[in-house]
Design a protein around this ligand. Structure first.
Ligand code: PEP
Ligand code: MG
Length: 299
């Protein structure tokens, strides 16, 4: 595949209060950049890394990971790229860790699994540190429930940085942020001073708020009713995050639904990250919002 030539930069999006809106893309595989027009987005708001788990349930090694991360960072140039550490254990099994099925994503998963199997975290931390010499990298932690989990991951990054520096490699520490996808994390957001930024994962937040599994068709109607509860929590977090001076974004599927955008904007969100296929529709909906608020014709 040949990557699309970057088109002209898309016109700036603004909320009713005049503040700038950022529109970013979520990717699940580095190959997706081949179908993204870099000029149409402000960056990669979520790069999931579960693709690193092969069919044999083994995770790609440090070299392989570092070269894939570099590829994305070079493509993005000065635009931010948020790479999320492995969110394995929910629906993706890893060698030697069993007993996760039927737990509705509430078991040994995400950052919990990274800390229970620290070699996974160490290899990924080294690859991220090594890739962080070009571009604008930010690291995101999945399924965080406690501030101590962020401290423990930071400790791993610091140890690996020292180790790599001793090997003579150039490395730099990236900002480290958290997914806000566990209800307790949202309610206790003021305890997360140790995170550099927050990103709402509404897919998980919705399922935990409604106690309705996101992959269970018998309760999908309940899951679909989560929005008012999610919005209340978003509003609450936004108020506190503003006082803490922390940047906040949203990368859950709700950001890709044009009908949900007015509520998210009114809750204070200004940074949206959506699937590549949703970028056009979300841009159009945000431009429409802008036009309505500012009284301009068209959009
Ligand atoms: C989410 O939970 O909303 C999210 C973006 O992460 P994932 O869908 O990978 O769990
Ligand atoms: Mg999630």
């Amino acid at each position: 595949d040949v990557a699309l030539q970057p088109g002209p930069a898309a016109p700036e999006l603004k909320a009713g209060d005049g503040s700038a809106i950022g529109l970013h893309a979520n990717i699940n595989d580095p190959r997706e950049i081949a179908v993204i027009d870099r000029g149409a987005i402000d960056g990669i708001g979520l790069m999931r890394t579960e693709f690193l788990l092969s069919s044999s349930a083994a995770v790609a090694d440090e070299e392989k990971q570092a070269s894939l991360y570099r590829l994305i960072l070079e493509w993005a140039g000065e635009k931010p790229v948020v790479i999320r550490m492995l969110d394995l254990g929910g629906d993706k099994q890893v060698q030697g860790v069993g007993g996760v099925s039927g737990e509705n994503f509430m078991g040994l998963r995400g950052v919990r699994l990274l800390l229970a199997r620290p070699e996974l975290a160490r290899v990924q931390a080294r690859a991220l540190l090594r890739a962080n010499v070009t571009g604008n990298l930010r690291v995101l932690l999945p399924m965080v429930a406690l501030a101590s989990e962020v401290d423990e991951i930071r400790r791993i990054f610091k140890l690996e940085r020292t180790y790599l520096a001793r090997r003579g490699l150039t490395v730099a520490m990236p900002p480290i942020g958290i997914m806000v996808e566990v209800p307790a994390t949202a309610l206790m957001i003021d305890s997360f001073h140790n995170a550099d930024f927050f990103s709402f994962g509404t897919n998980d937040l919705a399922q935990f708020l409604m106690a309705a599994a996101r992959d269970n068709p018998t309760v999908s109607a309940l899951h679909a009713e989560a929005e008012p509860a999610v919005l209340r929590l978003v509003r609450y977090v936004m108020r506190i995050a503003r006082a803490m001076g922390k940047p906040v974004s949203i990368c859950g599927d709700m950001a890709g639904e044009p009908a949900s955008l007015p509520g998210l904007l009114s809750a204070g969100l200004r940074n949206f990250s959506v699937a590549p296929s949703q970028v056009g529709a979300v841009r159009a909906a945000l431009a429409q919002q802008t036009a309505e608020h500012t009284g301009q014709a068209g959009g």
